[in-house]
Structure formats: C-alpha cells, structure tokens
Design a protein. Structure first.
Length: 453
C-alpha cells in the first residue's frame, strides 16, 4: 500500500496533505514558516538556509506522529516558491544566506543588462522580462567562489535527503537562466551571471520517481520530481487548455492558463513556461497587488473583513456604476467616498482588470469557466461581480491545501496511480452564474478607454 504526501513550502507558511492510494484524504497540516521573514526589506537575505529542510522535517514528523505513514510506502512531492535560492557546497552544507524571491536586490544588474542586451530577446528565451527579483541578476552581484553551487527550495530539501542536486523545469525556468523551450540552462546567460552549468542543479523535464527507497527517520520513502507552486495549483484544479483559467487572488492577483504554445504577449507581462505535468505550456499573467490594494481600501474606510461579511447583503443590492471607476495600486485613495460604495467600486474595477487581462490574452471568447482561488473567493459578492463583468461563470475553489494537493496527485501519478482524491474531497466549490453580463458588457465597452488607456 502507498500513501502520497504533497508539501507546499511557501514564503510564509507550509501546507501539506496525505492521500491514500484509494483516493481518500488521510491527513492535512498547516504550519507557520516562522523561520523566514514574510517579505520586505528584511527578506533581502536571511541566515539559516536549512530552514526549508527543517520545515519539511516538521511536516513529516507531524504526519508520522499521526500514524498515517505506519505500514505504508510513502511517496513525497514538494511544491515550492520560485526564485528563492541558497548557495551550498558539494556536501550540501549551506554557505551564507538565503535569497528570497520577494527581494528585488538584483535590479541594478537587471538595469545594466538592459543597457547592453535586448529585453525582448531575454523574454523570448527565458519567458521573463528582466527584473531584480530574478536569481540571474542576484547571482551576478555575488562573488561566486569555486566549489559553490546554487540550490532552490525543493532542490535543497531533496539534496539533504539524497546527496544529489536536482531541480525541475517549472522551478528552473523561474531563474532567468533557462531556455524554457529547450528545457535547459542557457550557456550564454549562465556565463553572463559568472557561473558554470556544473554550479547549477540538473534539470528534470518529466514527472517521475527520482529517488526510490531513500532511508529517512520516517522510514523508506520515494521522492518525486518537484514543481513550482503555481504549476502544482494548475494541476490541482485540472486546468484545461482553451477552456478555463485559474484566477488566483492573494496579495497579488494572477491568471494561470495552459496552452499548446507559449503565451507570449507584447507587454512581456505573461510568463510562459513548460508544464511538467502535461508536456505543454503553463502561463502566468500577473495583474498587480489587487489584494493588497483591497486591504488598503478597507483600512481607509474603517472596515475589516469581519465587519464586511455582515454587509455583503447590502453590497450585493447596490447598483452597478454609472461611470468609470479607477484605482491606482501604487497610491490607493478613497477619501470622501462612502465606505460600501468604495468597496463595491473596487470590486467592479478589479473585475474589469480581470476582463481586460483575459481580453488582451485572447482568452475570453473561448472560456467556459473561471476557476477562482484565494482570499477574494471568500466573498459572497466579489466572484459574482467578476462573473457579470467577464460574462463567464466563476467557480470558486476554497481549499487551504490546494497547492499541496496538486503536489500529492503529482506524486500519485508518477507512480501510475490515477485513482486519487477528487478536488471536491478537499475543497468547497461555489459557482457564481453570470446574471448581468449584458448590462456590464455595455458598461465595460462604454468606459474601457477611461479605465485602461
């Protein structure tokens, strides 16, 4: 008998789930990642690189203590944040400090790169516009010594378990060092950063059991190819190319979609990358810190989430706007507006941003459904407004362990097991029908120029 353990190592917390081979959910766990700062200036670097491994051990200790591993073959897959890394030696000891993706400390090098090389060529090669959060530019700033190697989050955990340094294409392509179409480190970019390919992990391009029967304090375990957290989430909701998109609503809002060809766009705002699960492409399009902006709106009008929950009936009954509504995420200001009107206007504006994004990507016309995850899905109003503005039904997926679940079913499928838990076993889903699409379409078309030009 086998059990499949999926672990999501996030920047500020860790989520995990264990599935049985008959599809049942055996256990779930959530842990604060107190070993790492959440972000901001103090996250530019942080000592104690083995914190990622300690968090993995904490999860495994918890599940072992629950008895879910007893008498079972354990298969693990780790999903992780992209862009964070640590330098290690050939004995897998950490050297110096963690560099978190939340830091833009490589921006000066990104600016220097753009003075000599084409940002468009970089985007077409790596899937990213040059930016200071990317490992390539941070590594360029470092004094890289002989014998040092670069490990990303899951790589470091796997290295501690096996002594082998290996990554996956979905994580590697977050670095700015990879030709994502070919699925390999790009020699010219690696050299520009002052590295050799031997300084970087080997890249796995397929899902498989990488290491079998690894001896650990929790028994013999198998280790499956890791994957970046956004790709794990796509896997969790079984995202269909050309039929649906996933709208992730956290601090930043992101649209994820799968495609047969990479989803480049003229503004370089979409990250296209290889999808390790399907063999096609998984694309990530960011729309800015919409969630953080909403928090600021609530703060300015003197509301919190508890108060807002009791006012959702009134929000739902409010009329649609008669003019354009605009917000600057860099400088949110709702001074003088009535509290509920400001909240409603922000929901309508953000929904228009989603529609504009889907329109610009050429996705809206073929969509059957928007799968919505994250904090905004907890609102009984917001998803309905998105459905109306976009003219597409919205299915809200509420599951704290969604990314970990994506990792767990990846582990199962690597072992040839398709009899895994259904999403409904771990998630609450609510469907919001598009009821006022015609009205909102007229509003959107009338004020589109004022909203986005």
């Amino acid at each position: 008998m086998m059990v499949y353990c999926g672990i999501d190592i996030g920047t500020s917390n860790v989520k995990a789930i264990v599935l049985a081979d008959d599809g049942g959910v055996l256990a779930v766990g959530a842990f604060s990642n107190s070993s790492l700062p959440a972000g901001g200036e103090q996250a530019k670097s942080y000592k104690g690189g083995d914190c990622w491994y300690r968090q993995f051990c904490r999860v495994m200790d918890y599940f072992h203590g629950q008895g879910v591993f007893e008498g079972q073959k354990v298969v693990c897959c780790v999903a992780c944040q992209g862009g964070s890394f640590i330098l290690i030696d050939d004995e897998m000891n950490t050297l110096g400090q963690i560099s978190l993706w939340t830091s833009g400390s490589g921006q000066s090098q990104a600016d220097k790169y753009l003075k000599h090389y084409s940002g468009e060529d970089f985007y077409r090669l790596t899937g990213w516009a040059p930016a200071g959060w990317m490992p390539i530019f941070k590594l360029k700033e470092m004094e890289f010594a002989e014998g040092e190697m670069v490990a990303f989050v899951s790589d470091y955990i796997y290295a501690r378990l096996t002594g082998e340094l290996v990554t996956d294409i979905t994580s590697a392509q977050m670095t700015g060092l990879v030709d994502f179409e070919k699925g390999c480190w790009d020699e010219s970019l690696v050299s520009w950063a002052g590295l050799y390919e031997e300084d970087l992990p080997e890249i796995e391009k397929e899902i498989s059991v990488l290491f079998e029967d690894v001896s650990t304090e929790w028994g013999q375990i198998d280790i499956v190819t890791s994957l970046h957290d956004q790709y794990a989430a796509m896997n969790a909701v079984d995202l269909k190319a050309g039929k649906d998109v996933m709208l992730a609503t956290g601090t930043a809002w992101v649209v994820n979609f799968r495609s047969e060809k990479p989803g480049y766009d003229s503004s370089c705002n979409v990250h296209p990358g290889r999808d390790i699960v399907t063999g096609g492409y998984g694309n990530i399009s960011t729309m800015g810190a919409i969630g953080a902006g909403f928090d600021e709106v609530l703060k300015q009008v003197g509301l919190d989430y508890d108060k807002l929950e009791g006012l959702e009936g009134q929000l739902k009954e409010m009329a649609m706007p008669t003019g354009a509504v605009n917000f600057d995420l860099e400088n949110i200001s709702v001074q003088g507006e009535a509290a509920l009107q400001a909240v409603r206007d922000y929901m309508v504006w953000s929904s228009a941003v989603v529609r504009h994004n889907l329109d610009s990507l050429g996705l809206l016309g073929s969509l059957e459904e928007i799968l919505m995850t994250g904090g905004a899905g907890q609102s009984g109003v917001w998803a309905g407004i998105i459905a109306d503005v976009c003219g597409v039904d919205v299915k809200v997926v509420i599951a704290d362990e969604l990314t970990a679940y994506g990792a767990a079913i990846t582990a199962a499928r690597a072992c040839g097991c398709d009899n895994v838990s259904k999403l409904s076993d771990i998630a609450e889903t609510v469907i919001y029908k598009s009821e006022r699409a015609d009205e909102y379409k007229l509003w959107y078309e009338k004020f589109q120029k004022e909203l986005f030009e």
